[in-house]
Design a protein around this ligand. Structure first.
Ligand code: AMP
Ligand code: MG
Length: 319
């Protein structure tokens, strides 16, 4: 019951909407906005005749992304998501509806990908950051203890009471592989609520496109998942999302190996294969999490698992 409800919530958030029909409007002008958020740059490009309205909508959209960051960041010591780690194991904690919905989506993708995407890898991502600081890998007992404290099936959600239980000792959540996508989706929704239908939100490597610019087939998106893709032709996207993930942006070198910031749940360490993935999906929440999952596990498996979720193009580059 518990698991089914989480996946239903996710499905409701991911249903793609049909593209609206537009009359050509020559008063439309391009408006661009950007802000630093979640350790990267978030930007909005949108078309509207009313520049003041566009500005107001962009402000509200950035506020929504900041609100997600404030509850879901594991870099903010007193964020709501980190406060869950301080509760005694097995204690149900009531959370805000915002955090509950973010966790329900994250758990849904964990279930969908059989744990390749796992929002409970916090103990391991914390060790990865310590390794980066210390310049050495964790020792075997540290690694074993962190691995024992992970597992998405131990993240229990009760929609009736909006409460969350971490059922094992030492658990810690990390939404870093999905939160930017969730923020991009939230921003796209806010823009639409303000009457801005032609928009494209970029949150680092995650892009959510709505209706296209006037007279164009879609938004032009430059993909930078791998060195090879630096030269690739831009992707044209409408009413969909695309995410890239991989070790190009964040990795640590220890000895002769390079460890990506993406953790392989089967080893507890950063991936040592040089890999990057690009996923097109109906929402940035899904594309973000699936791009991370595709780096961890066989993308063909992800494609099979995600069948029926509207996931389109799915690419992997491996060195
Ligand atoms: P992304 O850049 O979207 O692939 O997300 C990478 C971030 O997600 C990392 O910095 C971690 O915070 C978190 N993460 C790492 N490995 C995983 C994983 N296997 N599943 C879910 N989140 C992960
Ligand atoms: Mg991701």
């Amino acid at each position: 019951m518990q698991r089914r409800q989480a996946i239903v919530l996710l499905a409701a958030a991911l249903v793609p909407r049909p593209a609206p029909a537009f009359a050509s409007d020559h008063r439309l002008a391009l408006h661009s906005f950007s802000e630093a958020l979640m350790g990267t740059t978030f930007s909005i490009r949108c078309y509207h005749a009313d520049g003041a309205l566009a500005q107001q909508a962009a402000k509200a959209a950035f506020l929504a992304a900041s609100a997600i960051n404030a509850v879901a960041s594991d870099y903010i010591a007193d964020s709501e998501v980190l406060s869950l780690s301080k509760a005694a194991p097995g204690t149900a904690m009531r959370v805000t509806p915002l955090l509950f919905s973010l966790l329900a989506e994250a758990r849904g993708v964990a279930e969908l990908t059989d744990g390749a995407f796992d929002p409970t890898l916090g103990p391991l991502t914390r060790l990865w950051r310590e390794s980066r600081r210390r310049g050495r890998l964790p020792d075997a007992p540290e690694l074993a203890a962190a691995r024992a404290a992970c597992g998405w099936a131990h993240l229990l959600l009760d929609p009736a009471s909006n409460s969350v239980t971490l059922s094992k000792p030492g658990m810690r959540l990390d939404l870093g592989g999905i939160a930017k996508g969730q923020a991009a989706d939230a921003m796209a929704r806010i823009l639409e609520q303000h009457g801005i239908e032609r928009s494209c939100v970029t949150a680092g490597g995650d892009v959510r496109a709505a209706a296209p610019p006037p007279e164009r087939a879609g938004w032009s998106i430059a993909l930078h998942a791998s060195a090879q893709e630096m030269d690739a032709a831009p992707m044209v996207l409408t009413n969909a999302a695309v995410s890239t993930s991989g070790d190009l942006h964040q990795s640590i070198e220890i000895g002769t190996a390079r460890y990506s910031h993406i953790i392989d749940p089967t080893t507890g360490l950063g991936l040592t294969r040089q890999v990057s993935a690009c996923v097109v999906a109906p929402t940035a929440t899904l594309s973000d999490a699936l791009a991370t999952a595709c780096c961890v596990t066989d993308p063909a498996k992800v494609r099979d698992l995600a069948r029926g979720w509207g996931v389109g193009e799915l690419r992997l580059a491996q060195a």
